[in-house]
Design a protein around this ligand. Structure first.
Ligand code: FES
Length: 117
């Protein structure tokens, strides 16, 4: 895979999150000002779908489930977040939003094991 044109900048609302299917790989685009970030669709905490439960504001992303937060400029953790956001590379060519998709980015989730002690 390689660079893929996903949409136009105008297709993304300011402070909006929108999910796309890129050749079978789900990717969420987050727009703030005229910048766009591309992230996996699930929260790194407990797989909450961020296109529904995420809030994008002022360059910060918040998962409303347990309030983990990230700086969208860097993907770094803020507040209660304990894992950084994974991100795909994004480039804007004019009004076109392109994302570099080599393989699907996925988080490793710890398995809850109630019998473990
Ligand atoms: S599932 Fe997103 S913060 Fe817990």
């Amino acid at each position: 895979m390689s660079w893929k044109r996903i949409c136009s900048l105008g297709d993304l609302q300011q402070d909006g999150l929108r999910q796309f299917d890129v050749d079978g790989i789900p990717i969420v685009l987050a727009r703030f000002d005229d910048e766009v970030r591309a992230i996996p669709p699930a929260c790194p905490h407990m797989e909450e779908p961020l296109a529904q439960s995420g809030l994008c504001s002022g360059g910060m992303l918040t998962c409303t489930k347990h309030l983990w937060q990230w700086d969208l400029r860097t993907g770094e953790e803020r507040g209660d977040a304990e894992k950084p956001l994974l991100m795909y590379d994004v480039k804007l060519e004019g009004d076109d939003v392109h994302v570099f998709v080599e393989h699907e980015l996925e988080y490793e989730y710890e398995e809850e094991d109630d019998d473990d002690d």
